[in-house]
Design a protein around this ligand. Sequence first.
Ligand SMILES: NC(=O)c1ccc[n+]([C@@H]2O[C@H](COP(=O)([O-])OP(=O)(O)OC[C@H]3O[C@@H](n4cnc5c(N)ncnc54)[C@H](OP(=O)(O)O)[C@@H]3O)[C@@H](O)[C@H]2O)c1
Length: 316
Amino acid sequence: MKIVIPGGTGQVGTILRQALTTAGHEVVILTRRPTRDREVRWDGETLGPWAEEIDGSDVVVNLAGRSVNCRYTPANLRAMMDSRVRSTRVVGEAIAAAARPPRAWLQMSTATIYSHRFDAPNDEATGVLGGTEPGVPGYWAYSIDIARAWERTQEEADTPHTRKVSLRTAMVMSPDRGGVFDALLRMVRLGLGGPVAGGAQYMSWIHDHDLVAAVEFLADRDDLTGPVNLAAPDPLPQRSFMRVLRAAWGAPVGLPATKWMAEAGAFVLRSDTELLLKSRRVVPGRLLEAGFAFAHPRWPEAAADLVRRVRGDTPA
Ligand SMILES: NC(=O)c1ccc[n+]([C@@H]2O[C@H](COP(=O)([O-])OP(=O)(O)OC[C@H]3O[C@@H](n4cnc5c(N)ncnc54)[C@H](OP(=O)(O)O)[C@@H]3O)[C@@H](O)[C@H]2O)c1
């Protein structure tokens, strides 16, 4: 297959590019700064010669969007919104204009679209979308607005010959530098990987190999459209999640952090506490129903596998 990946230079794109190329597919990346073979320039906003790559391709996986790992200032939130909506809109325009449109458009979305809740897991059928939860900082609703606008932009695209799926993806756990697993492991190595603000908030996650397999599965199946949760079936409270990771790494202690310590740490790291404090309890209802088999469904085994790969004991 020819697979075009707008925004494919980041963490998720690097994982997909490597795996899909190894599987024998032709992969083309759309980026604002091409540096490598099979990278094509676009601006994420306007149609250009790059659209010729989409015409005649088999699948588009759009990942583009300003990183969410930043302070949620008004300017950054606006950039997070605009980069997602505009890039999704223009991908839709390129597909609409194609003489031979791709058969599938897998559009990145986020598990963060669901409500901050502890009581029950969110699947696609019964899950509650967030934005009106009491007792959370008002600006958290903006992340939900972004996610909804992102999905709406894909829904509104007039691409009748292309199957559209939105990937409500949980945190992608991979052994490479700069990803979320790397950041969590760094805390563990410093002895800081304990519960944050009590640690009752759920962490949803997906192992990188399952992310790739799910993307291939969704690209191949011609009957699935709309939102699909890309999350392992085993979300767990942050304190348990970190306890398992400490055990996998062999770290004896993990100091707890209060909400205020998390605020200070996030400030220093130019990140935002929403990433740590929001309860994301998301499960893969539609993937399981469709017969997708997770290779790494449970966190203890997945964490052990990732630690082995970080230590170089098994191939990445
Ligand atoms: N990583 C996760 O765990 C995770 C989980 C759920 C959802 N997601 C979502 O999945 C997508 C990819 O995640 P990632 O971790 O790979 O992100 P990333 O490392 O930040 O990469 C995102 C890519 O988007 C492009 N981009 C950034 N700003 C842009 C703009 N203004 N206009 C057009 N393109 C822009 C960049 O490509 P160039 O600079 O090369 O143009 C960048 O490589 C993101 O939308 C993210 O929100 C990620």
